[in-house]
Write a protein that binds this ligand. Sequence first.
Ligand code: HEC
Length: 412
Amino acid sequence: MYPQINRLMNCPRLTLVLLLCGGLLLLCGIANAIAVEKGSLSASELSSLTAETGELANRLDQRDVRRRLIAIDDELSGHRNPEVSRLREKVLCLLAKSLDEDAIQYIQTVFETDTEHRDEAAYALSLYAIQKPSDLAIWRFLIRSLTVVEGDQAVSVMKALTRYRQRATNPRWIRRIILIGLRLPESDQGVSIQLLEHWTNVRATELLKTKTKATNSVILAAYQNWFRKKWPDELDPVWPKLPEKSRWTYAGLKRKLAPLVFNKENVTRGKAVYKKAGCAKCHRKGDVGENLGPDLSDIAGLRQRKELLEAILFPNLELNEDYPSVTVLTNSGKTYSGLMSVGKSGVVHIIDSEGKRSAVKKDDIESISPSRQSNMPVGTLDPLSFQEICDLIAFVELRANSPQAYHRKEGP
Ligand code: HEC
C-alpha cells in the first residue's frame, strides 16, 4: 500500500532502540552520577612529563620505555587543557611509531574509551596505518574519526585511508570527505581529492573534462556537483550555515567551551535549561524528556563536546536515519512535516519541530515522502546566555556511570 509506512512500521531497529533505552535508564539511575575530583596537573609536573617524553622518544624499541609512555598517557587522561592534549598526542604518536602490537592496542582503547581524545588517538593510528595499511580494525577507527579530525590530523587520517585497498562507498562518508576537504587550506586539499578518487572510482580529470590543470578547490567543487547528481536524496555536501541573526557562532562557542570542566551545580542548572530550551520535547536524558529523537542519556560516550555543539547548532549537518523526517500529504491536500510514529489503530502521528502532534488516519494519506530536513529546530541556543549554554552542555554530557567528566569543584 504505502511502502514508506510499511517500512517504518516494521522497523525492528526502532523498536529495539526504544526498548534498549528504557532498559538502560532503569539500570543506570542517571540522577545518581556524582562528580569525583581528579587532582589537577601542575605546570611543573607537565613540563617534567614533556621532558621525559622527549628523552624516551629515541628508545621506542624497548618494552619498558613503551610501558612508561602508556603510564604517562594514563596520567594525562581526564584533564581538559590544550597543553595536555598536545603532549598526549605526542605520546600516542610515539607509541604508534613503535609499531608494537600492545602499544597499538592501547591507542585503540584510548579511542574507544576516551571520547574527548579520539582525534589524537586517530592521528596516532593513522601514522601506524600509513606504515602498515593492512589492519581492517584500524581502518574502521579511522573512518569513525572522520567526524572529529581537523587540520593536520584530518590530512594524516585521509592519507592513511588512501593506502588501504578497502573503500568506503556509503554516501555519508564520501560527503564527509568533501566537507573535510572544504575546510582545509587549498594546499592540503589534494589528499581529500585522492581519497575521493580512490573511493568513488571517479577521476578528477573525468569530472573536469579538460586537460589544463585545475586548482584543488575547483576539483572539490566538481566533486560536490557530481555528488549532488549521483545522490539527489542525500544532504547537500556543504557545511550548513547559521542564520544571519544567530547570536552564537560555532567557532566562538567551541573555543570558549573547550577548556571548561563542569561541576554538579552546572549539571543541576543544566537540567532546567534542557527543559527551557525545548530539548526535553524530543530527547530523553536520564529521567527527563520524550523519546522522539535520539536518547542522550549516554551521548558523551559517543560524541565529543564539539560534536554535540555541532549537532545542536547545525541540525542538518547529519541526519540520523533511525529518526526519519517525513512529509505527509493527505487526500484533502494538507501536508504535515516532522517525525512520524505509527499508532495502533491505523493512525499515523506526525510531530513537528515545535513538538506539536497531529494525527492522520492511514486511509486519509495520499503519500509519505522522506524529507532532507532535520526535524530538530535551528537556533535553540539563541535565547540562552553563555552560562546557560555551559550548564546545558554540562547536563547533556553527564554520563550515567562515568565520574571522569567531573573532576573539579569550581565550575564556570
Ligand atoms: C523537535 C524535536 C527536537 C528538538 C526540540 C531537539 N532535538 Fe536534538 N535531535 C532531534 C533529532 C530528530 C535528531 C537526530 C538527527 C536528525 O536526524 O536530525 C537530533 C539530534 C541531536 C543530537 C545528536 C545526537 C547524536 O546521536 O549524535 C544532539 C546532541 C541533540 N539533538 C541535542 C539537542 C538539544 C541539546 C536540544 C535542545 C536545545 C535539542 N536537541 C532539541 C530532534 C530534536
